[in-house]
Design a protein around this ligand. Structure first.
Ligand code: FAD
Length: 341
Protein backbone atom coordinates (compact mmCIF):
# COMPACT_ATOMS: atom_id res chain seq x y z
CA UNK A 1 0.00 0.00 0.00
CA UNK A 2 1.14 3.54 -0.76
CA UNK A 3 2.68 5.31 2.26
CA UNK A 4 0.90 8.44 3.41
CA UNK A 5 3.24 11.44 3.45
CA UNK A 6 2.48 15.05 4.29
CA UNK A 7 5.04 17.79 3.68
CA UNK A 8 5.18 20.89 5.92
CA UNK A 9 2.82 19.06 8.29
CA UNK A 10 1.05 20.74 11.21
CA UNK A 11 1.85 18.82 14.39
CA UNK A 12 -0.77 20.36 16.70
CA UNK A 13 -3.11 17.37 16.35
CA UNK A 14 -0.30 14.83 16.80
CA UNK A 15 0.44 15.72 20.41
CA UNK A 16 -2.03 15.80 23.32
CA UNK A 17 -0.61 19.18 24.48
CA UNK A 18 -1.63 20.62 21.09
CA UNK A 19 1.07 23.28 20.80
CA UNK A 20 1.37 25.03 17.44
CA UNK A 21 4.31 23.51 15.55
CA UNK A 22 5.15 21.91 12.24
CA UNK A 23 7.47 19.30 10.75
CA UNK A 24 9.22 19.32 7.41
CA UNK A 25 7.52 16.00 6.64
CA UNK A 26 5.20 13.50 8.34
CA UNK A 27 4.74 9.85 7.33
CA UNK A 28 2.27 7.24 8.60
CA UNK A 29 4.06 3.90 9.11
CA UNK A 30 1.71 0.97 8.53
CA UNK A 31 4.23 -1.58 7.28
CA UNK A 32 7.50 -2.25 9.14
CA UNK A 33 9.04 -3.13 5.76
CA UNK A 34 8.97 0.58 4.86
CA UNK A 35 11.18 1.56 7.80
CA UNK A 36 14.58 1.05 6.18
CA UNK A 37 13.73 3.44 3.36
CA UNK A 38 12.14 5.97 5.71
CA UNK A 39 15.12 6.02 8.06
CA UNK A 40 17.62 6.29 5.23
CA UNK A 41 17.44 10.06 5.01
CA UNK A 42 19.83 12.92 5.65
CA UNK A 43 17.27 14.71 7.82
CA UNK A 44 16.56 14.21 11.53
CA UNK A 45 13.88 11.57 12.24
CA UNK A 46 11.37 11.46 15.10
CA UNK A 47 9.30 8.34 15.84
CA UNK A 48 5.92 9.29 17.24
CA UNK A 49 3.16 7.29 18.91
CA UNK A 50 0.12 9.03 20.36
CA UNK A 51 2.06 12.19 21.25
CA UNK A 52 0.92 12.06 24.88
CA UNK A 53 4.46 12.29 26.21
CA UNK A 54 5.84 14.61 23.55
CA UNK A 55 5.67 18.41 23.55
CA UNK A 56 6.42 20.23 20.34
CA UNK A 57 7.75 23.42 21.91
CA UNK A 58 9.12 24.42 18.50
CA UNK A 59 9.12 23.23 14.89
CA UNK A 60 10.80 19.94 13.94
CA UNK A 61 13.04 20.34 10.91
CA UNK A 62 12.90 16.72 9.82
CA UNK A 63 10.74 13.65 9.20
CA UNK A 64 8.17 12.54 11.77
CA UNK A 65 7.25 8.84 11.46
CA UNK A 66 3.93 8.06 13.14
CA UNK A 67 3.88 4.42 14.21
CA UNK A 68 0.68 2.66 13.15
CA UNK A 69 1.82 -0.99 13.28
CA UNK A 70 -1.07 -2.96 14.72
CA UNK A 71 -1.94 -6.51 15.73
CA UNK A 72 -2.36 -8.47 18.98
CA UNK A 73 -1.45 -12.17 19.38
CA UNK A 74 -1.45 -14.50 22.35
CA UNK A 75 0.35 -17.72 23.19
CA UNK A 76 -0.43 -19.88 26.21
CA UNK A 77 2.84 -20.83 27.95
CA UNK A 78 1.48 -23.03 30.74
CA UNK A 79 -1.52 -23.34 33.07
CA UNK A 80 -1.01 -19.82 34.34
CA UNK A 81 1.13 -17.79 31.97
CA UNK A 82 0.18 -16.21 28.63
CA UNK A 83 2.48 -14.28 26.32
CA UNK A 84 0.80 -11.35 24.57
CA UNK A 85 2.49 -9.74 21.58
CA UNK A 86 1.15 -6.33 20.57
CA UNK A 87 2.12 -4.07 17.67
CA UNK A 88 3.67 -0.73 18.62
CA UNK A 89 0.82 1.20 17.00
CA UNK A 90 -1.91 -0.39 19.15
CA UNK A 91 -3.59 1.94 21.62
CA UNK A 92 -2.32 1.12 25.12
CA UNK A 93 -5.67 1.30 26.87
CA UNK A 94 -7.30 -0.84 24.15
CA UNK A 95 -4.63 -3.47 24.86
CA UNK A 96 -5.43 -3.28 28.60
CA UNK A 97 -9.13 -3.79 27.76
CA UNK A 98 -8.24 -6.72 25.49
CA UNK A 99 -6.46 -8.43 28.41
CA UNK A 100 -9.31 -7.66 30.84
CA UNK A 101 -11.82 -9.19 28.41
CA UNK A 102 -9.81 -12.42 28.62
CA UNK A 103 -9.61 -12.34 32.42
CA UNK A 104 -5.83 -11.82 32.42
CA UNK A 105 -3.90 -10.18 35.26
CA UNK A 106 -0.85 -7.95 35.01
CA UNK A 107 -1.59 -4.55 33.49
CA UNK A 108 -4.94 -3.69 35.12
CA UNK A 109 -3.34 -0.91 37.25
CA UNK A 110 -2.10 0.69 34.02
CA UNK A 111 -5.60 1.24 32.61
CA UNK A 112 -6.36 4.54 30.89
CA UNK A 113 -2.75 5.65 30.39
CA UNK A 114 -2.91 7.52 27.06
CA UNK A 115 -0.67 6.72 24.13
CA UNK A 116 0.41 3.73 22.09
CA UNK A 117 2.03 0.41 22.97
CA UNK A 118 5.39 1.25 21.36
CA UNK A 119 6.07 4.12 23.73
CA UNK A 120 5.33 2.08 26.87
CA UNK A 121 8.90 0.74 27.29
CA UNK A 122 10.42 4.16 26.52
CA UNK A 123 9.69 5.50 29.97
CA UNK A 124 8.59 2.22 31.59
CA UNK A 125 5.05 3.51 32.09
CA UNK A 126 3.70 3.11 35.57
CA UNK A 127 0.76 3.89 37.80
CA UNK A 128 -0.77 2.78 41.09
CA UNK A 129 2.14 0.60 42.17
CA UNK A 130 2.71 -1.23 38.85
CA UNK A 131 5.23 -0.50 36.11
CA UNK A 132 5.53 -2.05 32.66
CA UNK A 133 8.74 -3.69 33.97
CA UNK A 134 6.55 -5.99 36.13
CA UNK A 135 5.27 -7.87 33.09
CA UNK A 136 7.38 -6.89 30.07
CA UNK A 137 8.90 -10.03 28.53
CA UNK A 138 10.61 -8.65 25.42
CA UNK A 139 10.69 -5.78 22.93
CA UNK A 140 10.95 -6.17 19.17
CA UNK A 141 12.81 -3.27 17.59
CA UNK A 142 14.56 -2.13 14.45
CA UNK A 143 18.17 -1.43 15.41
CA UNK A 144 19.37 1.55 13.40
CA UNK A 145 23.01 0.69 14.17
CA UNK A 146 22.91 -2.78 12.58
CA UNK A 147 19.92 -2.34 10.27
CA UNK A 148 18.43 -5.53 11.76
CA UNK A 149 15.18 -6.34 13.54
CA UNK A 150 16.04 -7.66 17.01
CA UNK A 151 14.24 -9.03 20.08
CA UNK A 152 15.51 -7.51 23.32
CA UNK A 153 14.74 -9.30 26.58
CA UNK A 154 13.13 -7.10 29.23
CA UNK A 155 16.26 -7.45 31.39
CA UNK A 156 18.28 -5.87 28.59
CA UNK A 157 16.05 -2.78 28.37
CA UNK A 158 17.41 -1.10 31.56
CA UNK A 159 13.90 -0.25 32.73
CA UNK A 160 13.85 2.16 35.64
CA UNK A 161 11.58 4.83 37.09
CA UNK A 162 10.22 6.59 33.96
CA UNK A 163 13.38 5.60 32.17
CA UNK A 164 14.94 2.91 29.95
CA UNK A 165 17.88 2.40 27.62
CA UNK A 166 15.61 3.69 24.79
CA UNK A 167 15.49 7.07 26.51
CA UNK A 168 19.02 6.92 27.89
CA UNK A 169 22.23 5.52 26.43
CA UNK A 170 20.48 4.22 23.29
CA UNK A 171 18.23 7.21 22.60
CA UNK A 172 17.34 7.29 18.90
CA UNK A 173 18.89 3.86 18.17
CA UNK A 174 15.80 1.63 18.23
CA UNK A 175 12.41 1.89 16.58
CA UNK A 176 10.10 -0.25 18.70
CA UNK A 177 7.92 -2.48 16.50
CA UNK A 178 6.15 -4.65 19.10
CA UNK A 179 6.24 -5.62 22.74
CA UNK A 180 5.66 -8.95 24.43
CA UNK A 181 4.03 -9.13 27.86
CA UNK A 182 3.86 -12.07 30.26
CA UNK A 183 0.42 -12.03 31.89
CA UNK A 184 -1.33 -14.38 34.28
CA UNK A 185 -4.61 -16.27 34.30
CA UNK A 186 -4.62 -16.45 38.09
CA UNK A 187 -3.35 -13.25 39.62
CA UNK A 188 -3.45 -11.28 42.80
CA UNK A 189 -4.24 -7.59 42.82
CA UNK A 190 -1.43 -5.11 43.47
CA UNK A 191 -3.00 -2.89 46.11
CA UNK A 192 -0.22 -0.65 47.39
CA UNK A 193 -1.59 2.78 46.71
CA UNK A 194 -3.84 4.15 49.49
CA UNK A 195 -6.07 5.91 46.94
CA UNK A 196 -6.70 2.60 45.11
CA UNK A 197 -7.33 0.71 48.37
CA UNK A 198 -9.80 3.44 49.47
CA UNK A 199 -11.57 3.49 46.11
CA UNK A 200 -12.15 -0.28 46.16
CA UNK A 201 -13.28 -0.19 49.80
CA UNK A 202 -15.80 2.56 49.02
CA UNK A 203 -17.37 0.23 46.44
CA UNK A 204 -17.35 -2.77 48.80
CA UNK A 205 -14.60 -4.41 46.67
CA UNK A 206 -11.68 -4.55 49.11
CA UNK A 207 -10.70 -8.05 47.91
CA UNK A 208 -11.20 -7.84 44.12
CA UNK A 209 -11.45 -11.29 42.57
CA UNK A 210 -10.80 -10.18 38.99
CA UNK A 211 -8.54 -7.74 37.16
CA UNK A 212 -11.50 -5.87 35.65
CA UNK A 213 -12.63 -4.65 39.08
CA UNK A 214 -9.16 -3.24 39.80
CA UNK A 215 -8.98 -1.54 36.39
CA UNK A 216 -12.43 0.01 36.87
CA UNK A 217 -11.33 1.50 40.21
CA UNK A 218 -8.12 2.87 38.66
CA UNK A 219 -10.17 4.43 35.85
CA UNK A 220 -12.56 6.13 38.27
CA UNK A 221 -9.66 7.67 40.21
CA UNK A 222 -7.87 8.81 37.05
CA UNK A 223 -11.02 10.40 35.60
CA UNK A 224 -11.50 12.41 38.81
CA UNK A 225 -7.90 13.50 39.13
CA UNK A 226 -6.39 13.97 35.68
CA UNK A 227 -7.47 16.23 32.82
CA UNK A 228 -8.81 14.35 29.80
CA UNK A 229 -6.56 15.39 26.89
CA UNK A 230 -9.61 15.28 24.60
CA UNK A 231 -10.96 18.34 26.41
CA UNK A 232 -7.96 19.89 28.18
CA UNK A 233 -4.69 19.52 26.25
CA UNK A 234 -1.91 18.20 28.53
CA UNK A 235 0.85 15.59 28.72
CA UNK A 236 0.14 14.13 32.17
CA UNK A 237 2.82 14.72 34.82
CA UNK A 238 5.08 17.46 33.53
CA UNK A 239 7.88 16.68 36.00
CA UNK A 240 9.10 13.35 37.36
CA UNK A 241 8.77 12.80 41.08
CA UNK A 242 12.30 13.60 42.31
CA UNK A 243 14.41 10.71 43.59
CA UNK A 244 17.03 11.99 46.04
CA UNK A 245 19.48 10.63 48.63
CA UNK A 246 17.93 9.39 51.86
CA UNK A 247 19.78 11.90 54.04
CA UNK A 248 18.49 14.92 52.09
CA UNK A 249 15.01 13.39 51.91
CA UNK A 250 14.91 12.70 55.65
CA UNK A 251 15.78 16.33 56.44
CA UNK A 252 12.94 17.50 54.19
CA UNK A 253 10.45 15.00 55.63
CA UNK A 254 11.40 16.02 59.20
CA UNK A 255 10.76 19.66 58.31
CA UNK A 256 7.55 18.79 56.36
CA UNK A 257 5.95 15.67 57.90
CA UNK A 258 3.04 15.79 55.44
CA UNK A 259 5.35 15.51 52.38
CA UNK A 260 4.44 12.21 50.62
CA UNK A 261 7.44 9.93 49.97
CA UNK A 262 8.17 6.38 48.84
CA UNK A 263 11.26 4.17 49.27
CA UNK A 264 13.19 3.92 46.00
CA UNK A 265 16.40 2.24 44.87
CA UNK A 266 18.87 1.55 47.73
CA UNK A 267 19.94 4.76 49.47
CA UNK A 268 17.29 6.87 47.74
CA UNK A 269 13.79 8.17 48.42
CA UNK A 270 11.16 9.33 45.93
CA UNK A 271 9.28 12.49 46.89
CA UNK A 272 6.01 13.84 45.60
CA UNK A 273 6.94 16.51 43.05
CA UNK A 274 3.32 17.69 42.99
CA UNK A 275 3.43 18.38 46.74
CA UNK A 276 6.62 20.47 46.43
CA UNK A 277 5.13 22.57 43.61
CA UNK A 278 1.84 22.91 45.45
CA UNK A 279 3.55 24.19 48.62
CA UNK A 280 4.96 27.09 46.63
CA UNK A 281 1.48 28.13 45.49
CA UNK A 282 1.76 27.25 41.79
CA UNK A 283 -1.67 25.69 41.25
CA UNK A 284 -3.61 27.74 38.71
CA UNK A 285 -0.65 30.02 37.87
CA UNK A 286 -0.18 30.86 34.19
CA UNK A 287 2.30 32.09 31.62
CA UNK A 288 0.31 33.09 28.55
CA UNK A 289 -2.11 30.23 28.01
CA UNK A 290 0.05 27.62 29.75
CA UNK A 291 -1.24 26.84 33.23
CA UNK A 292 -0.54 24.67 36.27
CA UNK A 293 -3.63 22.45 36.49
CA UNK A 294 -5.92 23.52 39.35
CA UNK A 295 -6.52 19.92 40.52
CA UNK A 296 -2.96 18.58 40.24
CA UNK A 297 0.17 20.72 40.59
CA UNK A 298 2.39 18.26 38.70
CA UNK A 299 0.32 18.64 35.52
CA UNK A 300 0.65 21.59 33.11
CA UNK A 301 -2.18 22.28 30.70
CA UNK A 302 -2.77 24.29 27.54
CA UNK A 303 -5.80 26.55 28.09
CA UNK A 304 -6.21 26.79 24.33
CA UNK A 305 -3.62 29.04 22.74
CA UNK A 306 -0.42 28.30 24.63
CA UNK A 307 2.83 28.54 22.69
CA UNK A 308 5.90 26.39 23.25
CA UNK A 309 7.59 29.48 24.72
CA UNK A 310 4.76 29.85 27.29
CA UNK A 311 5.17 26.26 28.47
CA UNK A 312 8.96 26.47 28.63
CA UNK A 313 8.81 29.73 30.61
CA UNK A 314 6.23 28.39 33.10
CA UNK A 315 8.19 25.16 33.61
CA UNK A 316 11.46 27.10 34.07
CA UNK A 317 9.90 29.32 36.74
CA UNK A 318 8.50 26.31 38.63
CA UNK A 319 11.79 24.46 38.43
CA UNK A 320 13.76 27.50 39.68
CA UNK A 321 11.33 28.07 42.56
CA UNK A 322 11.52 24.42 43.69
CA UNK A 323 15.31 24.49 43.48
CA UNK A 324 15.51 27.75 45.47
CA UNK A 325 13.21 26.49 48.22
CA UNK A 326 13.96 22.76 48.43
CA UNK A 327 17.36 22.41 46.75
CA UNK A 328 15.87 19.87 44.33
CA UNK A 329 16.15 20.13 40.54
CA UNK A 330 12.99 18.88 38.86
CA UNK A 331 13.38 16.94 35.60
CA UNK A 332 10.66 17.08 32.92
CA UNK A 333 8.91 13.77 32.21
CA UNK A 334 7.75 14.39 28.60
CA UNK A 335 10.12 14.62 25.68
CA UNK A 336 10.49 18.25 24.54
CA UNK A 337 10.98 18.60 20.78
CA UNK A 338 12.14 21.85 19.15
CA UNK A 339 13.39 23.40 22.40
CA UNK A 340 14.51 22.65 25.95
CA UNK A 341 14.02 23.86 29.52
C1 FAD B 1 -3.56 12.61 30.97
C2 FAD B 1 -2.27 11.84 30.90
C3 FAD B 1 -2.00 10.91 31.90
C4 FAD B 1 -0.81 10.17 31.86
N1 FAD B 1 -0.57 9.26 32.85
C5 FAD B 1 0.57 8.52 32.83
C6 FAD B 1 0.81 7.56 33.86
O1 FAD B 1 0.00 7.34 34.75
N2 FAD B 1 1.98 6.86 33.81
C7 FAD B 1 2.90 7.04 32.81
O2 FAD B 1 3.93 6.37 32.82
N3 FAD B 1 2.68 7.95 31.82
C8 FAD B 1 1.55 8.70 31.81
N4 FAD B 1 1.32 9.62 30.84
C9 FAD B 1 2.35 9.83 29.79
C10 FAD B 1 2.07 9.03 28.49
O3 FAD B 1 0.75 8.65 28.39
C11 FAD B 1 2.96 7.78 28.41
O4 FAD B 1 4.32 8.14 28.51
C12 FAD B 1 2.75 7.03 27.08
O5 FAD B 1 3.46 5.81 27.10
C13 FAD B 1 3.18 7.84 25.88
O6 FAD B 1 2.71 7.15 24.71
P1 FAD B 1 2.63 7.89 23.32
O7 FAD B 1 2.41 6.86 22.29
O8 FAD B 1 1.67 9.01 23.37
O9 FAD B 1 4.14 8.44 23.22
P2 FAD B 1 4.73 9.62 22.35
O10 FAD B 1 4.51 10.91 23.08
O11 FAD B 1 4.26 9.55 20.95
O12 FAD B 1 6.27 9.26 22.39
C14 FAD B 1 7.00 9.35 23.60
C15 FAD B 1 8.49 9.11 23.30
O13 FAD B 1 8.67 7.79 22.82
C16 FAD B 1 9.22 7.80 21.51
N5 FAD B 1 8.54 6.73 20.79
C17 FAD B 1 7.19 6.57 20.66
N6 FAD B 1 6.91 5.43 19.99
C18 FAD B 1 8.11 4.86 19.67
C19 FAD B 1 8.50 3.68 18.99
N7 FAD B 1 7.60 2.85 18.47
N8 FAD B 1 9.82 3.42 18.85
C20 FAD B 1 10.76 4.26 19.37
N9 FAD B 1 10.45 5.40 20.01
C21 FAD B 1 9.14 5.69 20.18
C22 FAD B 1 8.96 9.18 20.95
O14 FAD B 1 9.95 9.56 20.01
C23 FAD B 1 9.04 10.04 22.20
O15 FAD B 1 10.40 10.29 22.51
C24 FAD B 1 0.12 10.37 30.83
C25 FAD B 1 -0.16 11.31 29.81
C26 FAD B 1 -1.35 12.02 29.84
C27 FAD B 1 -1.66 12.99 28.74
Amino acid sequence: MEMQRITRARLDGFSTFRLPASARELVLLEDAGDLRVLLDTGQPVLILGGGSNTLFVGDFDGRVIVNQLTGIDSEVVDRDRVLITAGAGENWHSLVRWTLDRGLWGIENLALIPGLVGAAPMQNIGAYGVELAHCLHAVQAFDRNSGEIVWLKADDCALNYRHSRFKGEDAGRFVILAIQLELFMHGTPVLEYPSLIDELARHGQSQPGDSRTVAAAVMRIRKRKLPDPEHIPNAGSFFKNPVIENSQAQALIDANPELPWWPDKPGCTKLSGGWLIDQLGWRGKTVGDAQVYEKHALVLINRGNASGADVVELARRIRADVERNFNIVLVPEPVLVGGAL
